[in-house]
Design a protein around this ligand. Structure first.
Ligand code: SF4
Length: 383
């Protein structure tokens, strides 16, 4: 095994590291050295210090689900009195609000409702696209394709082809959780295998439908299993190139059947972000999560190789309370990026820059927001 610094230098220079080397780095490399190498890899790939965000809305269209993942606090079993599904009118209203507030993307995420086959999704996507053609539909994931395939009795390829024809633009990376069999079975015994999830993604990529890939860490997996999750994605990416970004986040331990399991620490999360930047020589974008880890950790991910902080995420209560909160959220995100010594830029789903906030003096940030977001002026790496 080469010295850790040699491996870091190779990865920072764009060279490939093996899963065994990745595990060594993840467990043993000093945090600062890991961050510096990851930041160098980020800078080498992008050539600037821009960090992006997107304005989008997550629309949960049903909470009815037959898959009963143990980590999920959202779902209700079919016929449960708290089960619900949104009407098309309700969904269209939410899309309208999203457009009004400057959003460019909709993420439809929902349970595996046994009443929803391919026709439901065809109607949903074609109706939304017809009404709001400016919205990019970056939605569903490998698990939904498997579910639709079962409900409608058609192949993965036909599901994907029909969803695409109806207006779906790309798949979100949802449902990946952890792809490795042991921990995946422990937390989601009724969900498709990690191999099947990847098969769906590979099929989609082959049909011209790109996606992202995610990782929910902190449900009891080992360090080696974390690296194995990355390896499984990298291998598919070698064949398809269809994963636009990798988005790790941390499991939240409230209101579900896994309550009490260890959540990934902030340090583990930051190390994983840095490792992902070094390991994925073939995935361009890396998103740091601040919703699940907090704003300070979100800022630090930008010094651990992340080039994106994800979404402003227009929530229902936020939107319905007249938009002020939305502006505040966007302001905070811009300020978080700025005070992490990065140049904020609003992006679209394809990571094209829509608005680069080059001049700090023009940041739409109020004194109130400035006082709410701490600064990472003491950055781990030179600006
Ligand atoms: S498939 Fe999705 S909605 Fe259903 S239980 Fe699992 S995480 Fe929750």
């Amino acid at each position: 095994m080469p010295e850790l610094q040699d491996v870091l230098d190779r990865a920072a220079a764009g060279g490939r590291i093996s899963p065994a080397e990745a595990l060594e780095l993840y467990v043993h490399a000093p945090l600062q050295a890991l961050g510096e190498a990851a930041n160098a890899a980020r800078l080498r790939r992008f050539g600037d210090n821009v960090a992006t965000y997107i304005i989008d809305r997550n629309i949960n269209y049903t909470n009815v689900c037959v898959t009963a993942c143990k980590f999920c606090a959202f779902y209700r079993a079919p016929k449960h009195e708290e089960g619900w599904s949104r009407s098309l009118e309700d969904i269209l209203r939410r899309c309208e609000e999203t457009v009004t507030l400057g959003g460019t993307q909709i993420m439809f995420q929902g349970g595996h409702n046994p009443d929803f086959g391919i026709e439901f999704y065809e109607t949903l996507f074609s109706t939304v696209k017809a009404a709001y053609p400016s919205l990019t539909l970056h939605s569903l994931g490998g698990s939904e394709v498997v579910h639709i395939s079962r409900v409608s009795g058609i192949s993965f390829a036909e599901v994907i082809t029909r969803l695409k024809a109806a207006g779906l633009d790309s798949f979100a990376g949802a449902g990946a959780e952890i792809l490795v069999a042991r921990p995946r079975t422990a937390i989601a015994p009724l969900k498709e295998s990690g191999e099947t999830w990847l098969e769906v993604m590979e099929t989609a990529h082959g049909l011209g439908m790109e996606s992202t890939a995610t990782f929910m860490m902190g449900t009891g997996e080992t360090n080696a299993e974390r690296i194995e999750h990355l390896r499984m994605i990298r291998d598919v990416q070698d064949r398809t190139g269809g994963f636009r970004s990798f988005i790790p986040w941390t499991y939240q331990p409230e209101n579900n059947h896994l309550k009490g399991r260890t959540q990934a620490t902030s340090l583990e999360y930051l190390r994983l972000v840095a490792l992902a930047r070094l390991f994925f020589d073939n995935v361009k974008h890396l998103q740091g999560s601040w919703l699940t880890t907090g704003k300070d950790v979100g800022q630090l991910t930008l010094h651990m190789g992340a080039d994106d902080l994800g979404s402003v995420m227009l929530e229902e209560n936020v939107v319905s309370s007249a938009g002020a909160k939305h502006r505040s959220n966007r302001m905070e995100l811009i300020h978080m990026i700025r005070t992490a010594d990065r140049i904020p830029a609003q992006r679209d789903t394809l990571y094209n820059h829509l608005l680069v906030h080059r001049d700090p003096a023009e940041d739409p940030v109020t004194p109130e927001v400035r006082s709410h977001v701490s600064s990472t002026a003491l950055t781990l790496t030179p600006a």
